[in-house]
Write a protein that binds this ligand. Structure first.
Ligand SMILES: Cc1ncc(COP(=O)(O)O)c(C=O)c1O
Length: 430
């Protein structure tokens, strides 16, 4: 049996057997009477972690965000948010329907500066403008690929907001990841904000639940709005137990996630494709060609390289010999397509190293290990691909890109995979 890893989202994480046991054993009561001991414990512990006076359990991150809007604004107000924020894209227009506010998107790639914020603020008591009464920051930012908001900029924005009597809200559904990436405590990340929403159903692995934290007064108001939205529940300690388990046992694991991170003047940027695009825009020589058509063609081959990685995954995960052979043939066919477009080399586009090369170098690295297992003949009759592979492998940056133990670690992973390839490796040793 193989266990596929679903990388679509951190929300598809499943509760572990230990988390389920904690849920089953949780002491519970009626939370609408304030009598659920596990929920009360979670609220107190997380409020303390976030450095806030109080916190209120919410069934979902979306409801936490919606309740915060109800508490901190009035209908007709203007709320400044980051471009492509969760509030704009993923709450089905709830901010307009529930709080009656309009959202003004500013900045780029999930972040904005204090100067951009100040420029976007619409004054109160103006005959025409909707008054800006709230600024919302999303940290980390979902649609921007997990970008972390620079804390000093968040502090400047919140200081400018405070001066203007504008409330501050942090959509910190993934504040845990931001804390790991920055090394700052969640209390420091939450400090400049009046209210903060955090979620347990993402990287912490709980089946549901978020918390909204803030002053006692704001949380008392949030209680009413949660009820209005139908989010008041009864023996909710079963969920709270999962959240407590996630905090106690899974927080440390977030630091071990293998997401590539680039720190730019203290601001981390996640995911290799995003990092490459950023480097390409900021540094000379550019890794992408300047001609738009050639650039588009390169992007297609980068996408092709990503699909090859899926093909490699299917190859080493194939459950039986017939499937392994089918995946081997599919890989060979894909490399034959690459052979047809390659020039004289040494790199994809000739003499210059490009992002296509950066994409294919890790693809070929797998085959250096597969070659130790057997001759799968995938590159037979493909001299240009072979020459390209050799040129990439000899490049110092490619060699230095991974831990020197990479081959042994991959061999160990393949042996434990329980796949047809694992069986073949075991047979070769026996
Ligand atoms: C930044 C952010 N805020 C809020 C939410 C909403 O959480 P939920 O799915 O629990 O409603 C999400 C969900 O992915 C999110 O990414």
């Amino acid at each position: 049996m193989t266990t596929p890893i679903d990388l679509r989202s951190d929300t598809v994480t499943l509760p572990s057997p230990e988390m389920r046991a904690a849920m089953a054993a949780a002491p519970v009561g009626d939370d609408q009477y304030g009598e659920d001991p596990t929920t009360n414990r979670l609220q107190e512990e997380v409020a303390a972690l976030l450095g806030k006076e109080a916190a209120l359990w919410m069934p979902s991150g979306t409801m936490a965000n919606q309740v915060a809007l109800r508490v901190l604004t009035r209908p007709g107000d203007d709320v400044i948010v980051s471009r492509e924020s969760h509030a704009v894209w993923h709450e089905t227009g709830g901010s307009a329907a529930n709080a009656g506010v309009q959202l003004t998107e500013i900045g780029a790639r999930g972040v904005f500066s204090a100067a951009e914020f100040v420029a976007a603020v619409k004054p109160r008591d103006h005959g025409i403008y909707p008054p800006t009464t709230l600024v919302e920051i999303e940290n980390t930012h979902n649609r921007a690929g997990g970008v972390v908001f620079a804390q000093d900029e968040a502090e400047r924005i919140c200081a400018a907001a405070r001066e203007r009597g504008i409330a501050r809200f942090l959509d910190g559904a993934r504040i845990w990841n931001a804390a790991v990436a920055t090394g700052l405590g969640v209390d420091r990340l939450a400090a400049p904000f009046d209210m903060v929403a955090v979620s347990f159903s993402k990287g912490l692995g709980a089946p549901g639940g978020s918390l909204l934290a803030g002053s006692r007064d704001l949380i008392a108001r949030a209680l009413r709005h949660r009820r209005m939205l139908g989010g008041a529940m009864r023996q909710v300690g079963i969920f709270a137990a999962a959240a407590l388990h996630g905090i106690e046992h899974h927080l440390a694991g977030l630091a071990e996630d293998q997401t590539p991170v680039l720190l730019v003047h203290g601001t981390p940027i996640f995911e290799s494709a995003v990092i490459c695009e950023y480097l390409d825009e900021c540094f000379i020589p550019r890794l992408h060609p300047t001609d738009a058509l050639t650039r588009a063609r390169h992007r297609s081959w980068i996408e092709f390289g990503s699909q090859l990685l899926n093909g490699i995954g299917a190859f080493y995960s194939a459950p039986d010999a017939a499937r392994l052979e089918a995946e081997r043939v599919a890989l060979a066919a894909r490399f034959a397509q690459v052979e047809a477009v390659l020039g004289a080399g040494p790199f994809f586009a000739g003499s210059a190293f490009s992002i296509v090369d950066a994409t294919f170098a890790p693809v070929f690295r797998y085959f250096d290990v597969f070659d130790r297992i057997a001759d799968f003949g995938i590159f037979e009759g493909l001299p240009r691909v072979c020459a390209w592979r050799k040129a990439l492998a000899s490049r110092p940056s490619v060699r230095r890109a991974v831990d020197p133990r990479y081959p042994e670690l991959l061999i160990g992973f393949l042996e434990r995979r329980g796949s047809a390839l694992s069986q073949r490796m075991a047979a070769a040793v026996a």
